[in-house]
Design a protein around this ligand. Structure first.
Ligand SMILES: Cc1cc2nc3c(=O)[nH]c(=O)nc-3n(C[C@H](O)[C@H](O)[C@H](O)COP(=O)(O)OP(=O)(O)OC[C@H]3O[C@@H](n4cnc5c(N)ncnc54)[C@H](O)[C@@H]3O)c2cc1C
Length: 420
C-alpha cells in the first residue's frame, strides 16, 4: 500500500499505547502509516471486555491524569473520568482498618488521622508517616529531569536512606507499591519509585466511564480511517517490510516493532532479554457493595496486592446495579486460589463473600517489565537491524512509559528519514 504521494508507508507492528502514540506522531508528520495489530482490538495490555453486564478491565489498572504524555495527548473529557478518593485504606496486620491520605488533598482526613484513637491495630501512625514529608516534598517539587538523575538503587534501599520507619514501609509503602510495580520486595529502581510517587502526589487516580480500554480506543480514533488493521499478526520483520503470519508480505519505508518485550525479541533478534512480572485479577459480582466508597483497600499482610469496588468509582462498570469487586494477586491463577481469596476478602471487607459470583479472571504474564536497577528510563528506538523498537520495555512499565517510548521512536525515525 502506498501513500498519496506514492511513498511506501511506515509500518508499526502492535497497536498498544506505544504503537498508537508512535503512529499518531508519524501521521502528524505527513507520513502514510499502517498499524498492524495481531488482536481483534487495539490496546494491548489496556483492554476492557464486556461480560455478564460488566466492564472487565484485563487486570486492575488505574488512569493517572498527571502523566505528561497523558496531559499532552489525551482529551480527558472524552473519557468521562471517575476519580478514586485520594488516599487508601489499609487493613493492618492486627486486623483494623486505617485510612492513609495525602494531607494536601483532604486536610480533614489528615486531621482525623492525627486525632483518631488507634484501637486494636496500630497502622503506621501519624508521627511515623511524617517521616515521609521530606521525600514527598522532593518528589512533588523537583523537576523530573532531576529525579531521573538521582543515584539509582532499589526502592528498599532508597527508603532506608530516607530513614522511612519500617512501620511505614511494611504497613503502607510495601503493600501499596506492590500493586504498582507488581513485586513486593521493593526491588524496583529508586528512580522509577520517585517518578511514580511524584505522579501519585500530583495526579488523580481515575477510571474512564467506559473502562481502561477507552484510552487506546481514543488514540486509535485520532488516526486516519483504515490506518489500524486488526487481526493482522506479523511473523517476521526487516527494515524494508514485514511478513504476515499467513505468509503474505508488505513493503515499508521503515518498520517499528511496538509489541511487548517477548514478541519484540522474537521479531528482532539481539534485543536484550527483559524479565517481567505476572499478575492475576479476580472480578467478583456482589449484590451489595461491600465498601461504600471509591477507595483502594490494601492488606498489610500482603495476601493480596489490592482490592477495590470498581462500581463505587465508576457505576458504569455494572449494567444492573450489582457491585463489581476487583482483586489482584501476584502470579498466576491456581486451583483453590480463588476460594482462599474469598476468605481473605471476607476478612478485609468484613462481610460474607460466599455468594459473590466470579465473573472473570485475568492473568497477565509479562504485565510489566521488572524494572530492577540498573534500569534506563528511556532507550533509543533505533536498533542495529534498521528496525525501530518501542514499548514500555524500552522506557518504564506504565502508560506514561509506553507513550513516551512511542514518542521518542517516532522522533528518531523522522530524523533518520529526513537525513536519507
Ligand atoms: C494488569 C496491569 C495493570 C497495570 N496497571 C497500570 C497502571 O495502573 N498504571 C500504569 O501507568 N500502567 C499500568 N500498567 C502498565 C501499562 O498498561 C503498560 O505499560 C502499557 O500498556 C504497555 O503498552 P505497550 O504499547 O508498550 O505494549 P502492549 O500493550 O503490550 O502492546 C503491544 C501490542 O502488540 C501486539 N502484538 C504483539 N505481537 C504482535 C505481532 N506479532 N503482530 C502484530 N501485533 C502484535 C499486541 O497484541 C499488543 O496489542 C499495567 C499493566 C497491566 C498488565
Amino acid at each position: 500500500m502506498n501513500g498519496a504521494d506514492g511513498q511506501s508507508p511506515v509500518i508499526v507492528v502492535g497497536a498498544g499505547l506505544a504503537g498508537l502514540t508512535c503512529a499518531l506522531d508519524l501521521v502528524r508528520a505527513g507520513l502514510p502509516v499502517r498499524v498492524l495489530e495481531a488482536a481483534d482490538e487495539v490496546g494491548g495490555r489496556v483492554r476492557t471486555d464486556r461480560r455478564d453486564g460488566f466492564l472487565l478491565d484485563r487486570g486492575f489498572q488505574v488512569f493517572n491524569t498527571s502523566y505528561p504524555q497523558v496531559r499532552r495527548r489525551v482529551e480527558l473529557p472524552r473519557l468521562r473520568l471517575r476519580p478514586f478518593t485520594p488516599g487508601v485504606l489499609v487493613h493492618t496486620a492486627e486486623g483494623s482498618r486505617v485510612r492513609l491520605c495525602d494531607p494536601t488533598r483532604r486536610p480533614s482526613d489528615a486531621l482525623a488521622l492525627l486525632t483518631a484513637k488507634r484501637e486494636r491495630g496500630t497502622g503506621p501512625g501519624p508521627l511515623a508517616l511524617a517521616a515521609l514529608g521530606p521525600l514527598c516534598a522532593l518528589d512533588l517539587l523537583a523537576p523530573p529531569r532531576l529525579l531521573k538523575r538521582l543515584p539509582e538503587r532499589t526502592t528498599r534501599e532508597e527508603l532506608a536512606r530516607w530513614r522511612v520507619p519500617e512501620r511505614v514501609v511494611d504497613g503502607f509503602l510495601r503493600p501499596f507499591l506492590a500493586g504498582v510495580f507488581l513485586e513486593d520486595d521493593l526491588d524496583t529502581s529508586s528512580r522509577m519509585f520517585h517518578l511514580t510517587w511524584r505522579s501519585m502526589l500530583r495526579g488523580t487516580l481515575t477510571l474512564p466511564a467506559d473502562g481502561m480500554g477507552a484510552v487506546p480506543r481514543q488514540l486509535a480514533e485520532d488516526l486516519p480511517p483504515g490506518c489500524v488493521e486488526r487481526a493482522s499478526p506479523v511473523a517476521a520483520v526487516s527494515a524494508a517490510g514485514v511478513t504476515f503470519a499467513d505468509g503474505s508480505a508488505a513493503g515499508a519505508r521503515a518498520v517499528v516493532v511496538a509489541t511487548d518485550a517477548a514478541a519484540a525479541r522474537t521479531l528482532v533478534p539481539g534485543l536484550p532479554a527483559v524479565a517481567t512480572r505476572t499478575v492475576t485479577t479476580y472480578h467478583h459480582a456482589a449484590t451489595r457493595s461491600p465498601l461504600r466508597e471509591p477507595t483502594l483497600l490494601l492488606d498489610a499482610r500482603r495476601r493480596i496486592l489490592n482490592t477495590c469496588v470498581l462500581t463505587e468509582v465508576a457505576p458504569t462498570y455494572s449494567s444492573d446495579g450489582r457491585a463489581l469487586v476487583s482483586t489482584s494477586v501476584l502470579g498466576t491463577d491456581a486451583p483453590g486460589r480463588e476460594a482462599a481469596l474469598r476468605e481473605v476478602l471476607a476478612e478485609l471487607y468484613g462481610t460474607g463473600t460466599r455468594d459473590w459470583e466470579r465473573v472473570g479472571t485475568a492473568t497477565v504474564a509479562g504485565a510489566l517489565p521488572a524494572m530492577v536497577p540498573p534500569w534506563p528510563l528511556s532507550r533509543t528506538g533505533r536498533t542495529a537491524s534498521g528496525v525501530y523498537v518501542c514499548g514500555d520495555h524500552r522506557a518504564t512499565g506504565s502508560v506514561q512509559g509506553a507513550m513516551a517510548s512511542g514518542t521518542r521512536t517516532a522522533r528518531e525515525l523522522l530524523a533518520d528519514l529526513a537525513r536519507r
